[in-house]
Design a protein around this ligand. Structure first.
Ligand code: GLV
Ligand code: MN
Ligand code: MN
Length: 402
């Protein structure tokens, strides 16, 4: 089955509204993992899963540290068809091609579909890769409650959690190297007329959960003076976050998720929960945003007579890609596309976790119009194919090497 046909089939799983919705352990996400496992087995490849929900496809010795590639199958709400899915399907095609070619390898090769990269159901992004890399203890997942109120362990052991017919792997074995193929999700390659990019570094990212407790009441009878309106306090905080990122420079911060209770036109909002996502290649800038967020929370709580709690959900350090691997990826990419160049990633990836325990590198292909995390995310088919060529060549070099 072609790369294009597989991506189209995955895109049909969870299609909803203007895009795709495949939260971790939802029915469509389970269906996507099922498809990958079936395609892998059809190709004669061995399939396993682990207790974090990661899915593995391997060719070669099961006991040796592999050369891994991979990405994720979950999406953001109304997400696109390529973010994550491309790296998984492209990785599967790479394994198939390498095995078919009969090239002699010294190391096994492995594809991983990492569980819950987006953090779009459970409040922890790069969930599976952070457990694999030891950044999140496996038992910490038991405390996670999804945005739909379902506990992680119930979802994992439920009908759309672990795959019924796939062996469960114990532990998180060492790997030799990791290469992630991904769409760029920004406009840099397209503007430069390049078809491949070599990722130099991935921006650090911090996520916070904010809870604001005010006092609910009748919208018609409570005088404006003396109200403790949780949504008005939240509005101040959202704007403070925006200002903080603008003032600190070369950083971004976003409030993309907010819930109002009771969310009724004639009731003064009593409670708001929201999440803040702050990123920069420079940790000091993220520190500055966090400091300003916490100061603003204190100021707004006092000024508006609300209770305001800020909790850190997730902290992922900015990370450079491994210099040696990057050099190999650069040589491969420049051979396939003389305009290929190095660029940093503002988006987070599983590679940022795996880079903490093994040499890691990434290959980017252009995103049309730089669009991503939206339903009209696109990459030209010939660029998708070239990215897989680059992954194949890189994996062969790494797996054939001493
Ligand atoms: C993942 O796509 C992220 O950067 O949030
Ligand atoms: Mn992604
Ligand atoms: Mn994403």
């Amino acid at each position: 089955m072609s790369l294009h046909a597989r991506l189209a089939e995955l895109a049909s799983l969870g299609a909803r509204g203007a895009g795709i919705e495949r939260g971790l352990f939802s029915a469509p996400e389970h269906a996507a993992r099922t498809r990958i496992a079936a395609w892998a087995r059809e190709a004669g490849l061995a399939v396993e899963q682990d207790r974090a929900g990661n899915l593995f496809v391997r060719a070669g010795d099961p006991d040796q540290p592999p050369i891994q590639c991979g990405s994720h199958l979950d999406t953001v709400k109304e997400g696109g068809a390529y973010d994550g899915a491309y790296g998984v399907v492209g990785g599967l095609e790479a394994l198939e091609r390498i095995v078919r070619s009969g090239v002699a390898l010294r190391r096994p090769i492995e594809l991983v579909a990492w569980a819950g990269e987006e953090g779009s159901r459970f409040p922890l992004g790069t969930l599976g890769s952070s457990v694999y890399a030891g950044l999140t203890p496996l038992r910490a997942l038991d405390a996670l409650i999804g945005d739909d109120g379902v506990a992680f362990s119930d979802a994992l052991h439920g009908p759309t959690g672990l795959l019924a017919d796939v062996p469960l792997r114990d532990g998180f074995p060492a790997l030799a190297a990791y290469v992630e193929l991904h769409i760029e999700q920004g406009p840099v390659l397209e503007r430069a007329g390049a078809r491949l990019g070599i990722v130099s570094a991935i921006a650090g990212q911090r996520r916070f959960a904010v809870t604001i407790d005010g006092i609910a009441g009748h919208a018609g009878t409570l005088p404006m003076a003396g109200r403790a309106d949780a949504l008005c306090a939240a509005s101040d905080l959202v704007l403070a976050v925006e200002r903080a990122a603008r003032n600190v420079g070369e950083a971004v911060a976003t409030v993309g998720q907010l819930a109002v209770e009771p969310n009724q036109i004639n009731v003064v909002p009593g409670r708001v929960t929201l999440r803040v996502d702050a990123r920069s290649a420079d940790e000091a800038r993220i520190d500055a945003i966090e400091q300003r967020l916490r100061e603003a929370a204190r100021e707004i709580a006092a000024a508006r007579q609300v209770r305001l709690a800020v909790d850190l959900l997730e902290k992922r350090a900015a990370v450079s890609m491994n210099a040696r691997l990057r050099g190999i990826v650069r040589d491969v990419c420049v051979r396939l596309d003389p305009r290929a160049f190095e660029l940093p990633s503002g988006a987070g990836h599983d590679a940022m976790c795996i880079a903490q325990v093994a040499p890691a590198a990434m290959i980017f292909v252009p995103s049309i119009g730089g669009r991503s995390h939206v339903g009209d995310e696109r990459t030209a088919p010939e660029d998708l194919a070239l990215g897989v060529d680059a992954l194949v060549a890189t994996m062969v070099m790494l797996a054939a090497a001493e």
